[in-house]
Design a binder for this molecule. Sequence first.
Ligand SMILES: Nc1nc(=O)n([C@H]2C[C@H](O)[C@@H](COP(=O)(O)O)O2)cc1CO
Ligand SMILES: [Zn+2]
Length: 176
Amino acid sequence: MDTRAFNGTKTDDSPHHKLSDKRGWYINWDEYFMAIALVSAQRSKDPVTQVGACIVNKDNRIVGVGYNGMPNGCSDDDLPWGKSSTNILETKKFYVCHAEMNAIMNKISSNIEGCTIFVSLFPCNECTKIIIQSGIKSVVYYDDKNIHKAEAKASQVMLKKANIHIRYYMNFSVEC
Ligand SMILES: Nc1nc(=O)n([C@H]2C[C@H](O)[C@@H](COP(=O)(O)O)O2)cc1CO
Ligand SMILES: [Zn+2]
């Protein structure tokens, strides 16, 4: 995991900080939630791409996390993780549950309307549809290595039409 997610930003510049001895160099909310998405990705068994997602409500409470993996009850030792076979049924494509879908399915709140999803990789078209239907209103992504793919282009079309706010994750560390 690279450290762009949480270099530690000087979050509090208030004079009270000196009086109260409050620690100034703590990670901000964006850094916190994206770090959780990135650390969740590290649970993935996918040998090529590990993805994590973290859903956050308006009160900055985490209401769901997930990473890409095989469906419940389907051993991840039995289903294929490769993608080079000419037989598509012997590739991961039809089997893997994406991180975003897992985070939404794992939600601990019945209603996630208006939430933000932090994802370590730009969502595919299938996850985008689930994101939209769930009522999530904002997507923050860390990596866009798949952005040239048709799936990601379709995602962008749908997210725009559905008025979902999309934001590239940036860590504005302050150099002092
Ligand atoms: N946003 C995403 N969330 C995900 O969970 N994934 C998963 C599905 C696969 O397990 C893996 C992609 O494999 P590959 O095509 O880079 O070898 O990442 C993929 C994307 C990209 O659309
Ligand atoms: Zn997906």
